[in-house]
Design a protein around this ligand. Sequence first.
Ligand code: ATP
Length: 333
Amino acid sequence: MVAFPEKICYTFVYTKNIESANFPWKGCGMNLGKKGKHSMDKMQLKALAKINLGLDVLRRREDGYHEVRMIMQTVYIYDRIFLEKQEQPGIQVKTNLYYLPSNENNLVYKAAKLLLDEFEIRGGIAIDLRKYIPVAAGMAGGSSDAAAVLFGINRMYGLGLSTEQLMERGVKIGADVPYCVMRGTALAEGIGEILTPLPPMPPCYILVAKPGVSVSTRFVYENLKASALPFHPDIDGMREALTQGDLQGLAGRMEQGNVLETVTVPEYPVIQKLKDTMMRCGAQAALMSGSGPTVFGIFKSRQEAKKAFAVLKRGHLAKQLFLTTPYNRRAQL
Ligand code: ATP
């Protein structure tokens, strides 16, 4: 059990289904709750990661952005964020990862500034960010941190913004932020900001493996041949499978589920190795998330997933490994 000064959290979640090679809260029960509606001085939040069950690119727009169609799924892997009001104006950020910015370049800073400025909040805020979601890995870690800070400041200061209003503000920070505010299963279109909620992903176990290579999202999109892709994922078929609650139908369509693999897999052979290993270990599907390099595998049984976890751990193909589940609760204000 980890003791915190205040036990107020983003949502009610339990860790009993999570295991990880580097996750410090394995097995700890979070005593959450107490959703005070108005002003409070301290708050702790969980910022959850996402995976892409499908990712298609329709075209490159004239402004350089890519039009996408993606199926997003929140998973129960998270960063922890502690917020505390300060009497002195200003935003202080500290993080457990030395290589992350702790200035205005951190997305948590941007999120805090956006609301403090808009609502002319006097005084400042201290943000303690403990990162566990793999960084620059296609899991929207930074966007989720920003979403959590928007959510937290809205509640701490009793700003009264609705989920939709938080999402509108989130898109100013990044295209994935609105989805991270919303959470659950969703279709993301446009540049990722046009969201349609989808039926929840059927229960399963998800093995997440981040290899020791770094992939820049920019590099991937710059090298993508958007007008000559060798395949397009069956996003509508995946939607249908979700509506039917059909895990096998969903997994069957994930074989060619992410067009960004056309850039990353030739460049980083470890991605294909991770996928193959997961499939050999009984995964229903194994796919790269976002622009990678993180790979996730979908398993029907906990036993098989645990076995695959052990195989990957022994093989040293991944630097970070998580065994987790889908997270299907929407944001609750
Ligand atoms: P996406 O899936 O949305 O492409 P990602 O997983 O590829 O996201 P992030 O981990 O969100 O990438 O971060 C990418 C970069 O953003 C990092 O290299 C880092 O320097 C910068 N950054 C700024 N704020 C944060 C934050 N709070 N957490 C992680 N990275 C951050």
